[in-house]
Ligand binder design. Structure first.
Ligand code: F6R
Length: 606
């Protein structure tokens, strides 16, 4: 979603602002801009579309100044046009903003009555005029911002610069993340650490409600009550910021190939691989008392929640319900004192997930989270954090974060099962041994992508694709459909295999490819029966299975073999198959694979 960078230093900032915006591209955006202040005058350049448009604009018409802000915008209020692109500016201030100002209409009409002229459809322009209004009515810069912040309802991360004072940049955070970077001769603000990584490894994460007055030498941070506070400076994990694509054409491909390594790293956090047992764990919560679990996430993280339900109910024997984070709190589910709310999020900043988490915290529930960004808001606001170690995921379509979530949830499930003393119901060593084998099995799958590439030529001709799975592999079928939609723009739907005959089978004809996840588990024969139903109606079946192709019992469009493995590992292997299907199809479709249209990496609005 939108990205912010701000720099206040001694040298020209324009090039560095662009360098940082390039690193923020992965978040998804539809326009970009920068503004600087120089000799008492502010100026800006903005462009619709990709960053290269902004770069060529600046090349033809450079911006001077050692204080500046930059932004990549993912449109919420107002169409994605140059006019609506940030920074928003008047003679006094220039503002970049992530989030949504919910009361912007009433503030705008108040300001219009006071004589302000608005040029855009955005909520952000209101902030610029509000600050300016207070300055023009006698307030100093800092006071004007403080007063304006109090008028805003909604969520924001803000970067603000001023024409009358080049030595001040103000940052503010409510609901949207923002960090301050400490350099030797400059200070920085960034909506995520990736933006700051080229300049500094010393970072302060602003807390909810904080705002900071920043000079080139230091930052004075105030909390929501305007009291000056000290916030700690932490070191960025440098290994997380190796951003290149290496030998890969796309980040998505690189991240699919990183899976053996990052799954292994995630498992090592929980498992003693030599002894095939869990590391001793004390996560600060008595897991033995938990009698119900509610798991929630969005998109891909929602699908890993669904896989988690199968594991936890089977092995830990605790009832689990799963819901979309965007829906959960509106149901107002009845809660019990011993239930655990578990939130799954790669970014740890997804607004829907964070809002659901806060709902459960307000109801005094124990809140745990599976997160990939360990400094994120969701991680910081959880009672218990179960980290994934996927490293930075740059491709907008989640791949390695998903399989690392599955790995961490599987380990958490074993902790729960052990704490509940249900460990006798299954063979813990056998499951751990299965998990430990997963990285090698995935590496073997990744060694030959030709079957996926061949199939992609067929899928690229289709307008619709169905994905089917049963039991624990059903959520992976849903994930497969999501992945194909996201990166190839081909319509796809995922269903439980047994559900097809209750309606969706009406879609089956000789044009529709049906991708069936059919590991040879105890549900295999039932899935094979469903494949017969599809084949007899002309549907073209892609058989993703560790069984031989003749066991499918029908003509196949393709057989994508997966290695034999413990059944609890099959979701990870099927996940890799559906990722490769989506990736290769998107390559043939020629889409913008790492930044698909309309999508954002970290969705920080509800
Ligand atoms: C799909 C995808 C999204 C995210 C969703 C939640 O490929 O990436 O569906 O999974 O927006 O994001 P996180 O996990 O960051 O909360």
């Amino acid at each position: 979603m939108c990205g912010i960078i701000g720099i206040i230093g001694e040298n020209s900032v324009s090039d560095d602002l662009i360098k940082s915006l390039e690193r923020l591209e992965y978040r998804g955006y539809d326009s970009a801009g920068i503004a600087t202040v120089y000799n008492g005058r502010m100026d800006r350049r903005r462009a619709n579309g990709k960053l290269k448009n902004l770069i060529s604009l600046i090349h033809n018409s450079p911006l001077k100044g050692s204080t500046g802000i930059g932004h990549t915008r993912w449109a919420t209020h107002g169409r994605p046009t140059e006019r609506n692109a940030h920074p928003h500016m008047n003679e006094d201030v220039s503002v970049v903003h992530n989030g949504i100002i919910e009361n912007f209409r009433e503030l705008r009409s108040e300001l219009e009555k006071a004589g302000c002229i608005f040029y855009t459809e955005t909520d952000t322009e209101t902030i610029a005029h509000m600050i300016s209004y207070y300055i023009r009515h006698g307030a100093g810069i800092v006071d004007a911002v403080g007063r304006a912040l109090k008028r805003l309802k909604g969520t924001f991360a803000l970067g603000i610069i001023f024409s009358t004072d080049e030595d001040i940049m103000i940052a503010a955070r409510r609901g949207s993340p923002l960090a301050i970077g400490h350099g030797n001769t400059a200070m920085y603000i960034g909506s995520d650490a990736i933006a700051l990584a080229p300049f500094t490894s010393a970072v302060t994460y602003l807390e909810e409600g904080d705002w900071a007055v920043i000079s080139s030498k230091n930052a004075i941070i105030r909390d929501s009550n305007d009291e000056v506070v000290q916030r700690s400076v932490t070191a960025l994990e440098v290994c997380n910021f190796q951003m290149g694509k290496g030998n890969h054409r796309h980040y998505m491909h690189k991240e699919i190939h990183e899976q053996p390594e990052v799954i292994s790293r995630t498992l090592s956090n929980y498992i003693d691989k030599a002894e095939l047992k869990l590391h001793p764990f004390d996560i600060g919560v008595d897991l033995s008392t938990i009698d119900r679990i509610i798991i929630s996430g969005c998109g891909t993280s929602f699908y890993s929640s669904l896989v988690g339900r199968y594991w936890i109910e089977r092995y830990a024997c605790i009832p689990v319900e799963v819901d979309f984070s965007s829906e959960l709190r509106y149901r107002e589910p009845p809660l019990s004192p011993n239930s655990l709310a578990l939130f799954i999020s790669q970014s740890g900043e997804t607004a829907d997930t964070l809002a659901a988490l806060r709902y459960f915290k307000a109801k005094h529930q124990t809140v745990a989270s599976v997160v990939n960004v360990h400094t994120s808001t969701i991680a910081r606001e959880s009672n218990v954090v179960i980290p994934t170690l996927a490293g930075s995921e740059v491709g907008v379509a989640s791949t390695k974060a998903f399989t690392c979530q599955l790995s961490a949830i599987a380990c958490f499930c074993l902790m729960l099962a052990k704490s509940q003393k249900n460990v006798t119901k299954f063979n813990e060593r056998e499951i751990i041994s299965g998990l430990v084998d997963a990285p090698n099995l995935i590496a073997a799958m990744l060694s030959d992508e030709r079957p996926f590439n061949n199939l992609a030529y067929e899928l690229a001709k289709a307008s619709n694709v169905l994905y089917l799975g049963r039991g624990i592999n059903c959520p992976v079928a849903l994930e497969g459909a999501l992945k194909l939609k996201e990166v190839s723009y081909i319509h796809a739907e995922g269903y439980p295999a047994g559900e097809l005959k209750h309606g969706p089978i009406a879609l089956v004809d000789e044009k529709i490819p049906v991708i069936v996840l059919a590991p040879k588990d105890k549900l295999f024969n039932k899935t094979v029966s469903n494949m017969q139903e599809i084949a007899s109606r002309g549907g073209r079946i892609v058989f993703v299975s560790d069984a031989n192709s003749d066991e499918a019992g029908c003509e196949l469009l393709a057989h994508l073999p997966i290695p034999k493995a413990h059944p609890c590992v099959m979701p990870l292997l099927c996940a890799v198959s559906v990722q490769l299907i989506a990736y290769h199809t998107a390559v043939i479709m020629g889409t913008d694979i790492d930044q698909p249209r309309n999508l954002a990496k970290s969705v920080t609005v509800e």
